[in-house]
Ligand binder design. Structure first.
Ligand SMILES: *Cc1c(COP(=O)(O)O)cnc(C)c1O
Length: 375
């Protein structure tokens, strides 16, 4: 990549389009030929940059997308992203005309919601959400009469039906049984609808862990976010399906100032770090408002600079953080600091684990001040 392109950026995310393509191919190899990837681009594509990721995916032939909100869907359309876009979350009925204007598909949250939308006299495309045990959105799978009525509603053009698994990432026996039950109940519903000659449209239930742990299932879509970005929830999971995924995101920032401090001096807010010996330290232009968690202050978190690891010291500030560069030679203002990368020490998974969360939460919080660049 041309260093000049990012010369002035204070903090940025690099999207590795080769790795993205690798992940898509890995997923495609492991799903039935009739099954397509529905790429989940919600939450700014899990922090990766919704437009950058949407464009890369369009280029490599992906034409089915899911988002959480209508605003995300409109943003994709306004940036010329082609294909089907399904909104997974609730859209206020007042915004229904926008679904048509921007050619978006809406999830039917439940029977009452279907009635409300049907009464608006605008014909819209929908997928019916089915609740098989998560108890978030979705009409209960037992209410087959209501589900049939939704299919028959004049103003709803039903393109698909789907459910969502809530413990597919677990290897506990109880959870496996629960998931198998969810899948069975969904399949029974589909069979019953087909027996009544209803054109059910596309059926889908697997998200990333649904594919990883229940890979034998046969559906029209696998709705996946995490896998396309090459991220697992946590390290060392046992999975039925092994994919050779590569992380798509690298988080970088820059050194803005270098100081020598003496033993006994402290660094940053709260004077949390105290130097045990003379040290050379540097400040870096990224902070918790950009998405690097403040919780990780003074916890020996590593960053990489000139191919060597340095430790984050003191309290992470809103816009900056400080690192100990005593053992690294020739560091200069403007040098690039990698905070999330492919090495184990700075992998998103490891940083998320230190923060007691999953990789998706860590990455989806990277904010607007962080530029997204395709490399
Ligand atoms: C977020 C979400 C997905 C994608 O989940 P991953 O685990 O990242 O693949 C799929 N389906 C629904 C309904 C979702 O809310």
């Amino acid at each position: 990549m041309d260093e000049n392109n990012v010369k002035k950026h204070r903090a940025w995310i690099e999207i590795n389009s080769k790795n993205l393509e690798n992940n898509i191919i890995e997923i495609q190899k492991s799903i039935p030929t009739k099954c397509k990837i529905m790429a989940v681009l919600k939450a700014n594509a899990y922090g990766h940059g919704i437009i950058q990721i949407g464009k890369c995916l369009n280029k490599i032939g992906i034409t089915d997308f899911a988002v959480a909100t209508i605003t995300e869907g409109i943003n994709l359309r306004q940036n010329n992203i082609k294909g089907n876009i399904l909104i997974l979350g609730y859209t206020h009925p007042d915004d229904i005309k926008k679904l048509i204007k921007y050619n978006l598909m809406q999830t039917i949250i439940d029977y009452d919601y279907a009635q409300k939308l049907n009464n608006l006299n605008s014909k819209i495309m929908v997928h019916i959400g089915i609740n098989t045990g998560m108890n978030r959105n979705g009409e209960n799978y037992q209410n087959i009469d209501n589900i049939i009525k939704i299919y028959e509603m004049q103003n709803l053009d039903v393109k698909g039906i789907y459910s969502h698994l809530c413990v597919a990432d677990s290897s506990k026996e109880n959870d496996i049984n629960f998931t198998i039950n969810q899948i069975n109940n969904f399949e029974t519903l589909i069979k019953q609808l087909k027996e009544k000659n209803i054109k059910i449209g596309k059926a889908h239930i697997q998200s990333s862990y649904g594919l990883l742990n229940y890979p034998k299932s046969q559906y029209d879509y696998v709705r996946t976010g995490s896998l396309i970005y090459g991220i697992y929830n946590t390290p060392n999971e046992t999975l039925k399906l092994q994919l050779n995924l590569k992380p798509v995101l690298t988080l970088k920032s820059r050194i803005t100032s270098i100081k020598e401090i003496e033993a006994g001096e402290t660094v940053g807010y709260g004077r949390l770090f105290e130097a045990s010996s003379d040290k050379k330290i540097a400040s870096v232009s990224i902070g918790f408002a950009d998405g690097y968690p403040r919780d990780l202050s003074n916890k020996n978190m590593q960053v990489k600079i000139n191919n060597k690891f340095a430790t984050i010291i003191g309290r992470i500030c809103m816009d900056q953080l400080m690192i100990d560069i005593s053992n690294i030679e020739n560091v200069q203002v403007g040098d690039i600091v990698t905070l999330i990368g492919n090495e184990e020490e700075i992998s998103a998974m490891k940083i998320a684990e230190e923060e007691n969360t999953i990789t998706c939460e860590l990455l989806s919080r990277f904010g607007n001040r962080v530029e997204r660049i395709i490399v």
